[in-house]
Design a protein around this ligand. Structure first.
Ligand code: HEM
Length: 118
């Protein structure tokens, strides 16, 4: 029997290492996949209509959306701000619960580490 997804069991060290730029390049344009990142974990949301350019959350495609989710704010100024701005306790709780939502719905395909050299 397959066990339910459990974010605490995520094997961080076995994930492909990517940069934020890799995520930004997968925004659904030109037939590319659609990635979003939450707390440096990268999800492939290509199968959802929500992140297509005409979908309700199309602005999120190809971005780190941690702070957007923490603030429940779709404004572009909050994209790609994880690790740059400090979150409040409430925002951290929001981000964590959204993380679980995404983890249950979308495949994890990598993790962001901007120290990656290539
Ligand atoms: C008028 C305000 C809003 C309404 C009526 C609304 C409505 C909805 C609905 C109905 C869904 C469920 C879609 C589904 O189950 O397929 C959803 C999902 C979602 N909403 Fe909103 N929303 C609103 C504002 C926001 C804002 C401000 C954010 C900013 C973070 C947000 C982020 C999300 C996300 C990330 C999802 C998950 C999409 C997915 O399944 O991948 N929403 N929203």
């Amino acid at each position: 029997m397959q066990s339910p997804p459990n974010p605490e069991k995520l094997e961080i060290n076995s994930l492909e290492i990517m940069t934020l730029k890799d995520v930004q390049q997968n925004n659904g344009q030109d037939g590319k996949k659609i990635f979003v990142a939450i707390k440096n974990i990268v999800f492939d949301v290509s199968d959802s209509d929500s992140y297509k350019s005409d979908g309700p959350y199309g602005v999120f495609a190809g971005h780190d959306i941690s702070i957007s989710l923490g603030k429940m704010n779709i404004s572009e100024e909050f994209l790609d701000q994880y690790g740059i701005v400090t979150e409040s306790e409430d925002e951290i709780a929001n981000i964590n619960s959204w993380f679980s939502y995404f983890y249950q719905r979308y495949p994890v395909i990598g993790r962001i580490d901007d120290k990656k050299q290539n």
